[in-house]
Design a protein around this ligand. Sequence first.
Ligand code: 13P
Ligand code: SF4
Length: 319
Amino acid sequence: PEQKLRVKAQIKQKLKEQDAVLVAHYYVERDLQELAEETGGYVSDSLDMARFGNEHPAKTLIVAGVRFMGETAKILNPEKRVLMPTLEAECSLDLECPAEQFIAFCDEHPDRTVVVYSNTSAEVKARADYVVTSSIAVDLVTWLDEQGKKILWAPDKHLGRYIQRLTGADMLLWQAACVVHDEFKFRSLGEMLDKYPDAGVLVHPESPEDIIRLADAVGSTSQLIKAAQTLPHQRFIVATDSGIFYKMQQAAPDKTFIAAPTMGEGATCKSCAHCPWMAMNGLHNLLSVLETGGNEIFVEESVRVKALRSTQRMLDFAK
Ligand code: 13P
Ligand code: SF4
């Protein structure tokens, strides 16, 4: 613990010296979330991370999360230096949607408006008409559907299916999934609900459809934290990455949160739903990046300019 305190103090010092601000996702380890809050940075969902980075005057953004979050920050803020504790932190949705194949797929369907989840590479965003996160995806597709648009959606099939079911829009879906949320199991969740019949169920829409159908609230990480505060339940089963418990418990201190099972029957593992790439962010690689200036995010300018159009539309729509 003493060494941890020392590292935290060094990080705080360096952030100040370098006019840098730390923007973290709810899924990264608690120490990083605390540091972001203690140093005037921010912890949030992917949409609000992008917004915050865009509005903050700091010259350097340190993004603790996965690569697409760093790239989104750079797409929006080419004049800022964007660093990440690790450049290895991928996302299965991004990996399962290679730009070349995606572009070919779009070219086969020129009549469709292309809407992509922000969990994608800059090249994929550059081919898209709109970027969304889970917090605005339903609203944006509803708006496009009202204009009679046919949609090509990528990459998350579960989120796509969920939006399609709610909006009735004509959507052609790319077939990728999040390796973390795809693991939630309907039978085990049902068993858990038998055990805690009073519990509310909070579900991130990257989860399979049968899990979503059991939910009392479906939404982005920020929206799930809000639901934990506002729904009347005293106890919740939470189907998303376990990193969220830190902030969720803080937001609703009198309530009880139970991790939804991921490992088949009856599993109650508290930490099994955890993104392996988010877990690569830590105090030590954060400090090292501040010392060396390494792990900078670059996006090729011709790609960035195109990706900015669709990404800026996300921010404008979210206003
Ligand atoms: P949020 O936009 O809800 O934070 O989701 C990002 C993500 O990667 C969830 O797995
Ligand atoms: Fe990607 Fe899933 Fe990890 Fe989120 S939890 S970053 S969607 S792999």
